[in-house]
Design a protein around this ligand. Structure first.
Ligand code: GLU
Length: 422
């Protein structure tokens, strides 16, 4: 029997990264077994406006790199069939009417049990199960009836979901038994907490996928990171491509304890993935980010040329503007960082004026010669030059920066700075 899973978000709000992690497990599990992964929107509640959330859910999943098979389905569309199934249960005396609502007969003794693929055997005493309402008096099936009904209809083989649903499972198993179906394998994944041990929330930082995109995380880094929230391949492998994750993911290696969303680890991973990109690919990703996410119309050629000088330095693409923005607009070098630097700024300007070709190696030679002529230490003397050119003490490599900025603009900046320095 081939594997069939579903990602079943409730469109009650925007999709949280903890939810994306659970859907990723579904996706990896299905794709690694040649199975199918469906996307079902669980909108049993008609009163909620959902279209925006539905869009956001799909966009978030697509951006991370999670796709699904067939059209998106909506639980609301199976309500009539679910209500008809409840009528059949009435006829079979597996359910009964109670003040207009339909209640299912739950077993009165023994246990309802299942072998959870993550948590192991779980047993619920049936004395704790009430005869649950499955269809309200207004004719609407309830969530805990529609959900397993749809799992049966869709021939779902594995239900991989958050462990906040463990208490729903005995109810749903009894619904499936009454409907005469074979239950899927259940796999309840541990929750995701912030580093303070509290449920992940806004307080800890970004929680929506679009926030991670806007901050300059790469989708493959986020996917890699999310896969490791509660799952591991072995005790040391961290960096894995999507194909490797698909090939390696198993439910057996999903742990039972809550996972911690460690933003520092995500940053580290993102930096690793960024630095591992081929230079051309890196430049394209950076350029796309600046244009599509940050909405900057900076000259593409300059962005591509600047990419190699930042690739080793930045951890997230949103750091580029602060770091290399001096290449795309005026700078305002603080006078206090330039005090006493007029001689070196002047000497560097003199050297650069006639330099041919205007390239990194010659630029470095000019700067070193100027420093030597004035009897200064390179580290001290380069700082005001850097401040003049980039507006900051922290920047990409100075010689490359001057080359990228070009002769005219570099000379103009050195002149402005020299005036402030004296
Ligand atoms: N709609 C549920 C949720 O968003 C998931 C239920 C399930 O996977 O069975 O938590």
């Amino acid at each position: 029997m081939s594997v069939r899973v579903r990602m079943a978000p409730s469109p009650t709000g925007f999709l949280h990264v903890g939810g994306v992690r659970t859907f990723l497990f579904n996706y990896l599990f299905a794709r690694g077994r040649g199975g199918e992964c469906l996307l079902r929107i669980e909108n049993t509640d008609v009163s909620r406006e959902v279209s925006e959330a539905v869009e956001q859910i799909q966009e978030s999943l697509r951006w991370v790199g999670i796709d699904w098979d067939g059209p998106v389905t909506f639980q609301l569309d199976c309500m009539e069939r679910a209500a008809a199934a409840a009528q059949r249960l009435l006829h079979e005396d597996k359910a009964y009417l109670d003040e207009g609502a339909i209640r299912i007969r739950m077993p009165k003794d023994g246990v309802t049990a299942w072998d959870d693929a993550i948590k192991g055997r779980i047993e619920f005493p049936n004395t704790q199960l009430d005869d649950m309402v499955i269809v309200r008096s207004d004719g609407r099936p309830v969530y805990n009836f529609a959900n397993p009904f749809e799992d049966l209809e869709d021939r779902i083989t594995h239900v991989i979901r958050g462990d906040d649903h463990v208490s729903n499972t005995p109810k749903q198993l009894n619904v499936i038994a009454a409907l005469g179906g074979t239950p899927p394998v259940y796999a309840h994944v541990p929750s995701v907490l912030g580093t303070d041990g509290k449920k992940l929330s806004k307080r800890h930082g970004s929680v929506g996928v679009d926030e991670f995109r806007n901050a300059g995380y790469l989708p493959e880094a986020l996917m890699n990171f999310l896969a490791l929230l509660g799952w591991s391949y072995d005790d040391h492998t961290t960096i894995m491509s999507r194909d490797e994750l698909v090939e390696r993911f198993t439910l057996e290696r999903v742990g039972v304890s809550p996972a911690t969303f460690d933003y520092d680890k995500l940053d580290w991973l993102n930096g690793m993935v960024l630095r591992a990109l081929a230079p051309d690919a890196y430049a394209e990703r950076l350029s796309g980010f600046l244009r599509d996410v940050e909405g900057r119309d900076w000259p593409r050629e300059t962005v591509l040329a600047a990419a190699p000088i930042v690739q080793e330095k930045i951890t997230k693409l949103d750091e580029f503007a602060g770091y290399a923005g001096f290449l795309f607009g005026p700078v305002d070098p603080p006078a206090e960082l330039l005090a006493g630097a007029a001689p070196i700024l002047g000497a560097v300007a003199d050297g650069l004026r006639g330099l041919e070709p205007f390239e990194r190696v010659g630029i470095e030679a000019v700067l070193r010669a100027a420093v030597e002529a004035l009897g200064l230490k390179p580290r001290d003397a380069f700082t005001p030059v850097r401040v003049a050119i980039t507006g900051s003490k922290v920047s990409p490599g100075l010689f490359e920066s001057i080359e990228l900025l070009g002769r005219d603009e570099s000379l103009a900046r050195l002149a402005v700075a020299a005036a402030r320095a004296s």
